[in-house]
Design a protein around this ligand. Structure first.
Ligand code: SF4
Length: 300
């Protein structure tokens, strides 16, 4: 009999809960809700919301005809000011789902930019949150995520450099980014804008990872938060696997072991964790708690 348990601290962060609540509230009022990009980095949850009527649209929607009653939902990653300006010009109704933690980063970056500092974000330059922050600095902020990116940095040695973080990267990656710029000889001012929901889980997650033979980290492959949490688990327990959904489970992982811990990122819905637990209980322990509609996985 396997011991199979879900991490009590796994599940949606406040920012994701909020944006999903906004989507569901407006959908239940009969509005056509269009999310500007994937609402969260989790396809099964997006599919669940699509079944309620949510539409996913791209930025060209800001140049198209808008039907009465349509509302455009800004996701938790936030947007640059131009998005809000274009929507206002075209009288598009907006619901701002920007996470308050991201709004704070945007404000901090803009204030540094207005003081005349050169803003550098340690984060992925094509990530929606980073693009939003760059927009809040009138397109003048720059982003680095690897040493390779340093060659593209354009910094004036006579001006101060201000560094902040994409909220969901690891503290180690942030520290590395800061050191790279310091090593170029710049005096830097650093503001730690990492999300405490993510970094605050490290210690608990390390303990959780040590308590089970195998750890399953459930979350989207595009989710920075999931990748980071997986790296935390893996540093403690080498038998930690990142899966997006139950179809990615390899049952050979459980040969000769006794316990499985299931955890998830800030964008992993609690129902997915329960579903994966039910599938494992069914397949490994012979429990018949699967709800109708949850497909069985055939052991290979
Ligand atoms: S991980 Fe943090 S910054 Fe990102 S949406 Fe959740 S609470 Fe906001």
């Amino acid at each position: 009999m396997y011991k199979i348990e879900i991490d009590g601290r796994a599940g949606f962060c406040g920012g994701v809960k909020r944006v999903i609540r906004l989507a569901e509230q407006n959908l239940s009022q009969g509005k056509t809700v269009k999310s500007l990009g994937d609402l969260i980095h989790n396809d099964p949850e997006i599919n669940r919301l699509k079944q309620q009527g949510l539409q996913i649209v791209e930025h060209n929607v800001l140049e198209q005809k808008v039907e009465d009653g349509d509302v455009l939902l800004i996701r938790a990653h936030g947007e640059p000011p131009i998005t809000f300006e274009m929507a206002a010009e075209r009288e598009i109704s907006l619901i701002d789902g920007t996470c308050p933690v991201v709004t704070k980063s945007q404000k901090i970056a803009r204030e540094a930019y207005l003081r005349g500092e050169q803003v550098v974000i340690v984060g992925k330059k094509f990530h929606a949150e980073v693009k939003g922050i760059i927009g809040h600095c009138d397109g003048k902020a720059q982003a680095i995520m690897s040493e390779e990116d340093l060659k593209d940095l354009r910094l004036d040695p006579n001006l101060p450099v201000f560094i902040l973080a994409q909220t969901t990267i690891s503290p180690q990656d942030f520290q590395k980014g800061v050191e790279w710029i310091r090593n170029l000889g710049f005096q830097v001012r650093v503001h730690d804008t990492l999300c405490r929901f993510v970094t605050g889980r490290d210690k608990d997650l390390q303990e959780f990872s040590a308590a089970y033979d195998v750890i399953l980290v459930v979350g989207g492959h595009k989710s920075s938060n999931t990748k980071y949490l997986h790296s935390v688990c893996k540093s403690i327990n080498p038998n930690s696997y990142h899966i997006e959904d139950e179809t990615e489970i390899d049952f050979h992982w459980f040969d000769g072991i006794h316990s499985i811990g299931i955890t998830g990122s800030a964008s992993t819905p609690p129902w997915m964790l329960e579903q994966i637990k039910a599938i494992l209980e069914h397949q490994l322990n012979g429990k018949h708690s699967l709800e109708e509609g949850v497909s069985e996985i055939v052991q290979s």
